[in-house]
Design a binder for this molecule. Structure first.
Ligand code: ANZ
Ligand code: ZN
Length: 862
């Protein structure tokens, strides 16, 4: 087909839409579709195109279904990249952010995304962060926000602290990649641990979330049941509590290890003190390092003397900050003990049922005979129960539930973030900024030196720091930390419901629009963002109680769709592994690309798009070249939303052709608007009608519940092909019905093209396909009234025919009539001439009709 002039069509419909906004009122109730709001980098990449195409398609679909749709967008605008970019360019982070927001908003429009821009929010504007600050005050008053001195993760490159969650397993910062150092600092924390139980338990009710994400959240919360033993000091009184998940191993505990800030360290004798102090001051963390404190405890079960060490591997904020060392059965304890002469002698507690005698052994098994104790021979789990009972009765232990989840460290020593709304007064302590003084505005960037110092940039602005205490009116100082940007995004979905409220973050009655019905975003947010959002949501639903929302446990996101990555085609030298620019690749033999200049063989792979791999594809270039709708369709069609998508420019053309074919069919079509009349249809019409309604069913299912958007597109392609095949029916209403249905089903995915096609087939009727009702499945159409009949000739299977059940004479009461009906149907089938003497029926000796017409056997004279 001739390519269509998509630019002209796009412009025409954008212009018409501008004069008439799509309706967002509906009779089916609200539907809140939310795509994770972007960081305004200024450039939309293909990953964005993918998420927002998905969310826009589903928003448009829901509008056609009759929902009142909420599909907002905003900007997660605070954060380090703005600050760093601003320093590089010598402009303020605010200027940089504002121009990026404008550019990206333009790019949203270029995608034809149907967004409620009147709900737009920007987390870096005082109108928004005023309420983020309000929430912090509220959490502070509830005891859910507090300051604490402790060991924190310090990023030496970004010069700020990081939450535990922002440090990866290799000990590197999620943002800068720098090796994180430990420092002892006073910081702000949110008491998310108080909500560990509901955060864990309520996962169960989230049937619309991927299992994978729920597991990640559950593991992050990391609930473990355990036991705490009290170990008494050998000299003087005093005890150390140690948390263990293996209480039965206490009989093999040969030493204790405590963290660097454990209170027991104040009891160290002068002889050991200097060594212990210098160890505690050390920054780097090593697996097996530690020093003897000279203190000794007594094993409450065996009575053995246990030296007490201070060791790097003991975390200050897990359990009790003390571990009972069981070298025989714990890998870390084993490593630690084997490096120290006085700890190398330790007993085995649990036998390996397979007879292996190697240590450490971390599996299950019977209690070792060498123990000479009443527990010998019991399974280790039974022994654990017995020891728990024994210790509980004698009061040297108690069961505990432990979580891996830590309180959330939210303060940052950077400029571009929401200031913590607190004042430090020598007399009154920490005082929240009164409501009427909010927001605490960020001082303008030009007054601040952003680089070259440690600690908060805000601390250098005297005007900002010096203030009076709201409580006693004495001289006081403002807090100079800003908030982690994850705080900003932990409640934005609530603000979208009430974006301009001047007296509250969100009005109680607006909470009734929660939860978000569908949340679309990257799986990289599966832990942090979603956990924080769930936490804040639960807290806020207590402050702004809305019965409906609370009844759903205040879970903010009902369904979660995590879309996969968009990957670009990458050429890599097979020998050096260096990435090669596509314009330096010789593709004469597409299967064996070589370097244009060196002739080196290159390998092809698909990898996450990035500048360094020369595999990025610019969304604007793509939509300019192929059209917005072809791009949108391609993104939906190429892979199921959850999988990664391998970008291939060549196949976008396929979508362009698909649209051009519909355009052609619509232009040539002479509408027949008469009513569909099922009983009057011939077989072919009836079968086309069924196909149309199967397509409605499949596409609706894909958009409504299983989100197989790729197969939704392929169902539409099949419907078009079917209509092309049945073009001889074009003057009948069923054909018109098919074409009109195709265009309606296509509308959410390819909106401007569908508008154009709709106009072509309805020259005089309503102007917008988007305001049409979503097609409904006719249950009569789907009712299968065909019987597949296998035809045998002299016992040999020859061909099949389909019999129309609705035309059957009643077989039970008139067996002969039924028999004749089937026989006639077979003989009138064109293929019958090949196998049966159609013109000389005398040669047919007998006909057996079996199984209600599913099998028929002709006995023919040879
Ligand atoms: C003795 C023991 C014997 C342990 C054994 C394990 C195996 P989960 O299950 O993840 O909760 N532990 C306790 N507090 C710690 C701290 N502050 N820093 C580092 N490790 C600590 O882990 C619980 C286990 O981790 C505890 O059980 C303790 O070692 C260690 F065969 O106690 B166990
Ligand atoms: Zn005061």
């Amino acid at each position: 087909p001739v390519p269509i002039n998509f630019k002209a069509i796009e412009n025409k419909w954008l212009e018409r839409w501008r004069s008439k906004a799509p309706s967002s009122s509906g009779t089916l109730g609200k539907y809140y579709v939310l795509a994770m709001f972007p960081y305004p980098s200024g450039n939309m990449h293909m990953g964005h195109v993918r998420v927002y195409t998905i969310s826009d398609t589903l928003a448009r679909f829901r509008r056609m279904l009759g929902h009142e749709v909420i599909h907002p967008m905003g900007w997660d605008a605070f954060g380090l990249p703005a600050e760093n970019a601003a320093m590089e360019r010598n402009i303020s982070p605010e200027t940089w952010t504002t121009s990026n927001v404008a550019a990206m908003k333009e790019q949203f429009q270029q995608l034809h995304a149907s967004i409620d821009w009147d709900r737009e929010i920007n987390t870096s504007q005082p109108e928004y962060y005023r309420w983020t600050q309000h929430l912090m005050v509220l959490l502070f008053k509830r005891g859910l926000l507090y300051r604490k001195q402790g060991e924190v993760n310090w990023d030496p490159v970004d010069k700020t602290v990081l939450a535990n969650e922002q440090v990866d397993a290799q000990g590197r910062s999620w943002r800068s990649g720098a090796l994180v150092e430990r420092r002892s600092l006073t910081q702000w924390y949110m008491r998310i641990t108080e909500y560990a139980e509901p955060l864990l338990n309520d996962l169960e009710g989230l049937s619309g979330w991927p299992e994978r994400v729920k597991t990640m959240q559950a593991n992050w919360i990391g609930k473990s049941q355990g036991f705490t033993f009290a170990f008494s000091l050998a000299e003087g009184d005093g005890q150390i509590q140690a948390f263990t998940s293996r209480p039965e191993t206490v009989v093999g505990a040969t030493y204790l290890a405590v963290s660097k800030d454990h209170p027991i360290l104040t009891r160290v004798s002068p002889q050991f003190a200097s060594k212990v102090q210098s160890f505690a001051a050390k920054k780097q963390i090593e697996k097996h390092s530690g020093v003897d404190t000279g203190l000794v405890a007594i094993n409450p079960v065996t009575g053995a003397r246990m030296p007490i060490y201070v060791a790097d591997y003991v975390l200050a904020d897990y359990g009790t900050g003390a571990v009972m060392g069981v070298p025989a059965h714990d890998v870390r304890d084993y490593g630690f003990a084997m490096e120290r002469k006085d700890l190398r002698d330790f007993p085995r507690i649990v036998d390996d049922p397979s007879g292996n005698t190697e240590l450490p052994y971390t599996g299950k098994g019977p209690m070792s005979a060498a123990l000479q104790h009443e527990w010998v021979g019991l399974s280790n789990t039974a022994a654990a129960e017995a020891i728990i009972k024994f210790a509980t009765e004698r009061k040297f232990g108690h069961p505990v539930t432990q979580y891996r989840l830590r309180d959330w460290l939210i303060s940052r020593q950077r400029y571009w973030g929401a200031p913590m709304p607190f004042i430090h007064c020598d007399t009154c302590g920490v005082v929240p900024v009164p409501e009427s003084h909010l927001p605490v505005r960020l001082p303008p960037a030009h007054t601040i030196k952003l680089t070259g110092h440690e600690g908060s940039p805000l601390a250098s602005v005297e005007d900002f720091v010096q203030t009076t205490c709201p409580n006693c009116s004495g001289k006081a100082k403002r807090d100079t930390d800003t908030m982690d940007t994850f705080v900003d995004s932990s409640w934005y979905f609530l603000r979208f419901l009430d974006p301009t409220n001047l007296t509250s973050p969100v009005a109680v009655e607006k909470m009734a629009k929660m939860p978000v019905d569908l949340y679309v975003g990257g799986v990289e947010h599966a832990i942090l963002h979603l956990l924080y959002a769930r936490f804040i949501s639960k807290v806020l639903s207590e402050e702004f109680p809305n019965a409906a929302f609370s009844a759903q446990k205040a879970e903010p996101f009902k369904r979660l769709l995590t879309q996969g990555m968009v990957q670009g085609k990458t050429f890599k030298s097979s020998t050096t592994g260096v990435f090669v620019r596509p314009n330096l690749v010789n593709l004469k033999d597409p299967a064996k690309p070589v370097h244009l200049q060196t002739g080196e063989p290159l390998s092809i792979s698909f990898e996450k798009m990035s500048k360094s791999k020369y595999n990025g594809v610019d969304p604007k270039a793509t939509t300019d070249k192929f059209g917005v709708d072809a791009t949108r369709l391609y993104v939906l069609f190429k892979a199921p939303p959850e999988d990664s998508l391998e970008w291939d420019d060549q196949s976008v053309v396929g979508m362009q052709r698909f649209l051009a074919k519909i355009h052609k069919a619509a232009s040539q079509h002479k509408p027949n608007l008469s009513e569909i009349n099922l009983p009057e249809m011939c077989d072919r019409q009836r079968s086309l009608y069924r196909f149309i309604h199967q397509t409605i069913n499949d596409v609706t299912c894909a958009l409504e519940s299983d989100f197989k958007l790729n197969s939704a597109v392929s169902h539409l392609i099949k419907l078009l092909n079917r209509l092309t095949d049945e073009h001889h029916l074009s003057r009948y209403p069923v054909y018109h019905h098919g074409l009109a249905t195709l265009i309606k089903l296509l509308a959410p995915m390819a909106p401007t093209s569908s508008e154009e096609f709709w106009e072509l087939i309805h020259p005089s009727s309503p102007p917008s396909v988007l305001s049409e009702q979503w097609p409904k499945v006719d249950p009569l159409a789907l009712k299968d009234d065909n019987v597949l009949c296998v035809v045998q000739v002299n016992g040999k299977r020859r061909f099949n025919i389909t019999l129309d059940k609705s035309k059957f004479p009643p077989s039970a009461s008139q067996p002969q009539a039924f028999h004749d009906f089937v026989k006639a149907a077979v003989l009138s089938e064109p293929t019958a001439t090949k196998y049966l003497p159609v013109h000389d029926t005398n040669l047919i000796k007998r006909v057996f009709v079996l199984d209600s017409g599913k099998l028929v056997n002709f006995v023919v004279a040879s």
